[in-house]
Design a binder for this molecule. Structure first.
Ligand code: DSN
Length: 416
């Protein structure tokens, strides 16, 4: 009996939902910038019997017996992460990027200490001190912004704010900022005001690993990331740091903030990191950026306003207010979803609508590039998107685009 038939016999509801989700992923174009399609090898590792094993502790120092194979897997993930990013120390146990950030805060800060980070509406992340997140409740937070004219981070204003606020930690990194961070400049400001610098590279781990994006390791005191985005190593998080902070970080993750590591996820990370060491992956990462730039210039040519005028990486942030004032991010997300294009509504700098409505959409190329899309196809997709946004009530056009998307999804299968 195959695994699939065993699951459908035990729990048809879950089996059907997984099968339907697989069909959805195959038939839609996934353009949420934080998503990707992992390899069959990563899927196999993450869906393995390693989920059965408790391995509290770290390789060679566990609180449970029978951990010799867990040590092999976790040490491989650690060694490969250190090699990919040039880090002295890697902790691969955080369950997610947010848990990784929590680990760094818990290791280095006391409740009430001060964090300075990028505002959520300007591209930041909830775990960088937003008031609805623990980070905004346990710490005092001030946020820097992008220059409203250019869409780039205003480093002069960041420095002035740091001098006034006197933070204990400055966080760089983002969820929806289409440009590279100047990690060296932020580290220099952090040094001047006596703060730690945490660089959260969640979105760009794959681009950093492939040397396509500045690497903050060795510049920032701590580097955190998630492992399922551009690096395609399956769900999870990691922390990279220097030897002198290694012990504090390891203690903050276990026993500080987590119990048993998710060994099946760590196996996925190990496999994904091995894949990321290959020339194939470097070519993939290059194409992710080429595709995003092609998408940004198509949007621009068609009259859309692209925050910061373009992109340095895998995502484009479209501000709909100038070109489509009547269309919200929510409307755009919904209309695109109806033809098989999945994006997410996103707040934009100077946002006036709620996060449930928004005035923008965030569009990413990591998953399309995994399917094999190159610039001409990406440009076609971008043109279909603008056609639809220009004519949101034209059902005939929507049907035609839906057929084209369906054709493309069959031409470029994910798992065959
Ligand atoms: N929620 C993720 C994103 O979409 O960017 C980040 O954690």
């Amino acid at each position: 009996m195959s695994d699939r038939s065993r699951l459908s016999a035990t729990d048809p509801l879950v089996a059907d939902a997984i099968a339907d989700e697989r069909t959805r992923q195959e038939q839609n174009l996934e353009m949420i910038a934080s998503e990707n399609h992992v390899s069959e090898a990563v899927l196999q590792a993450q869906g393995s019997i390693l989920t059965n094993k408790y391995a509290e502790g770290y390789p060679g120092e566990r609180y449970y017996g029978g951990c010799e194979h867990m040590d092999t897997v976790e040490q491989a993930a650690i060694d490969r992460a250190r090699d990919l990013f040039g880090a002295e120390h890697a902790n691969v146990q955080p369950h997610s990027g947010t848990q990784a950030n929590m680990g760094v805060y818990f290791a280095m800060l006391d409740p009430g200490d001060k964090i300075m980070s990028l505002d959520l509406n300007h591209g930041g992340h909830l775990s960088h001190g937003h008031h609805v997140n623990f980070s905004g409740q346990f710490y005092e937070v001030e946020q820097y912004e992008v220059d409203p004219e250019t869409g780039y981070i205003d480093y002069d204003a960041l420095e002035t704010l740091a001098e006034e606020f006197d933070p204990d930690m400055i966080v760089s990194g983002s969820s929806a900022y289409p440009r590279e961070f100047d990690f060296e400049q932020i580290s220099a400001v952090a040094d001047r005001v006596g703060a730690y610098h945490l660089a959260d590279i969640a979105h760009v781990t794959g681009l950093v690993a492939a040397d396509l994006h500045a690497n903050p390791v060795g510049t920032a005191d701590f580097v955190t990331g998630s492992t399922h985005k551009t690096i395609r190593a399956g769900r999870g998080g990691m922390i990279l740091t220097s030897e002198d902070h290694a012990e504090a970080i390891d203690k903050a993750i276990f026993p500080g903030g987590q119990g048993g590591p998710l060994m099946h996820n760590i196996a996925g990370k190990a496999v994904g990191f091995k894949e990321a060491q290959s020339d194939d992956f470097a070519g993939y990462a290059r194409q992710v950026v080429i595709n995003a730039k092609a998408m940004a210039s198509t949007f621009r040519d068609r009259g859309l306003s692209v925050v910061s005028g373009g992109t340095d990486k895998h995502l484009v942030l479209v501000d709909l207010r100038d070109s489509h004032p009547e269309l919200t991010g929510k409307d755009a997300e919904q209309r695109l979803e109806e033809v098989g294009i999945t994006v997410n509504k996103n707040t934009v700098p100077g946002e006036t609508r709620s996060p449930f409505v928004t005035s923008g959409i965030r569009v990413g190329t990591p998953a399309l590039t995994t399917r094999g899309f190159t610039e001409p196809v990406v440009e076609d997709v971008a043109n279909y998107m603008v056609d639809l946004l220009d004519n949101p009530d034209d059902d005939e056009l929507a049907e035609m685009i839906s057929r084209e998307i369906n054709y493309l999804s069959q031409e470029y299968p994910i798992y065959g």
